[in-house]
Design a protein around this ligand. Structure first.
Ligand SMILES: C[S@@+](CC[C@H](N)C(=O)[O-])C[C@H]1O[C@@H](n2cnc3c(N)ncnc32)[C@H](O)[C@@H]1O
Length: 258
């Protein structure tokens, strides 16, 4: 018996909800992430280690980096701290996130960071401010908002914007296409939020937390896709070498090169 989910239920998913990342979610971003994103520090730390590894491998002294879905500059700041000559361009669909990233990073790094508003679900994503070649395109927990229609074209565009030795490093939320395992992953995600809430506020009703998590994912309009689908899309886009280097239930770090 085939226990995979019906592919037709999610064909042509529009990808994300640009209205989601605003106001309270921007103001209380770190707190929100502490409730919903298990091992976030480990993700950021590993992505920075991978960045450093490839800098060393290719003797890249002054890396140019594009951080897609940069939010308030969470990953950009770690990269800028790691490589004193790095220049990072951040891009995000949320003008409030970009205002926060510029506020957080420009006073510290000056012209080494600039944030710009653009939507990766648009064919016009590569606005002039970001349209150049990079040593790295990175993205931390954002590309699960890619639409089905844009997934392969976007990965092709990323490849076109990488220099010869360039690397694409992305942590993407994903969900198994085996229904029972997807349910288990969703359960663990709610369990993490429940534990965090109990730590911060005392006893919580688990059923209510499960419902809240599902409601929030629905509002964010995540395009849940499997690891295999992301890897296949990267390879179809022309990344000859693509693999998963780290994973935890609902998220995986992908590394792809030409
Ligand atoms: C979970 S946050 C991650 C932020 C940051 N990279 C981090 O690791 O903390 C997801 C980010 O993706 C951005 N995003 C969602 N859809 C997008 C789109 N279509 N184009 C560009 N950015 C998008 C959101 O505005 C938000 O800042």
């Amino acid at each position: 018996m085939d226990n995979r989910q019906d592919a037709s239920e999610s064909t042509s998913h529009p990808g994300g909800n640009p209205e989601f990342w605003r106001d309270e979610l921007v103001r209380a971003y770190d707190h929100h992430q502490s409730l919903v994103s298990e091992k976030k520090e480990e993700v950021l730390n590993n992505m920075t280690r991978i960045f450093r590894f490839f800098c060393n491998q290719h003797s890249t002294a002054d890396p140019k980096v594009l951080d897609v879905g940069c939010g308030p500059g969470t990953l950009s700041t770690r990269i800028l701290d790691q490589a004193p000559d790095a220049v990072v361009v951040g891009v995000d669909v949320s003008d409030q996130m970009i205002a926060a990233s510029n506020r957080n990073l420009v006073p510290k790094y000056g012209r080494r960071f600039s944030g710009h508003v653009s939507d990766f679900n648009s064919d016009d994503f590569w606005i002039p401010e970001i349209d150049r070649k990079y040593d790295f395109v990175v993205s931390s927990i954002a590309l699960h908002y890619l639409s089905d229609q844009r997934r392969i074209p976007f990965f092709k565009e990323v490849l076109d914007h990488l220099k010869a030795n360039g690397s694409f490093i992305a942590c993407i939320a994903n969900r198994s296409d085996v229904r029972e395992i997807a349910e288990m992953e969703a359960f663990f995600r709610a369990e993490f939020t429940h534990q965090q809430l109990e730590k911060q506020r005392g006893p919580q009703d688990f059923g209510r937390v499960v419902t809240k998590c599902a409601e929030e994912d629905a509002r964010a309009n995540i395009n849940w896709r499997s690891q295999q689908e992301y890897l296949a899309s990267m390879r179809s886009a022309g990344f000859a070498k693509a693999d998963i280097v780290w994973r935890l239930w609902l998220k995986s770090i992908f590394v792809a090169t030409r």
